[in-house]
Design a protein around this ligand. Sequence first.
Ligand code: ADP
Ligand code: MG
Length: 253
Amino acid sequence: MSILEVNGLKKVYATRFGGNKVEALKNVNFSVEQGEYVAIMGESGSGKTTLLNILAALDKPTNGTVNLDGKELSKIKESAVATFRRDNLGFVFQDFNLLDTFTLEDNIYLPLVLAGKTYKEMHARLEPIAARLGITGLLKKYPYEVSGGQKQRAAVARALITNPKLILADEPTGALDSKATDELLHLFSEINKSGQTILMVTHSVKAASHAGRVLFIKDGEVFHQIYRGNDTNEQLYQKVSDTLTLLATGGEK
Ligand code: ADP
Ligand code: MG
């Protein structure tokens, strides 16, 4: 069953002073099945952030629809959008987006605090997630006291704690060193294997090569996609890398 359906998505930014219009998305179509791990790649300016913002209901498309688990985003009342986002989506960003004045634990609790959960329930939810992510001993620390990789694991815990239908990740390894990148990618794979659906935007061939499917966007459209099939990460890495070369040299496929 598709958890996410994106149909005919178009986004035109009207620049001010009646200047040129920018067509960030022309006609994007794809769907994501329950339990999939999908990576989206594309050059800078290809519309990746625009797409994520629309999927997160942070921005509206000029045309087209986004359906998340049977609910069309455009039909959700303005006053209910924030709650819908909090209840259905988990976010992992390149720059972690943790609050510096909160401990890791309080950062992770934040979406549940906003949802009005009790401390007891928050604690019960956090325990297994923290153990799994290897951050149990770090929960009382502040973001500035831990490494980038540890911050990102706290951010993943914050994304998971609401038990979201979909995790949206924007360059989640973009600010990590190679060891922390490997750890995070391993973690994403594990989380996905336990059933969590993940949609990740990335520049990194390595990150994309961990996904089950890789979509390439170019000129505001899905240009190509690769299914992992039975490929190893190394084999998928090679295919992704070849496709990017083809894209960069303007080849059509
Ligand atoms: P990516 O994340 O792939 O780098 P973006 O979605 O940020 O791409 O941008 C796609 C295109 O839309 C670019 O040409 C960018 O300059 C333009 N764009 C993005 N946001 C705005 C905006 N708020 N107003 C006008 N143009 C924008
Ligand atoms: Mg971007």
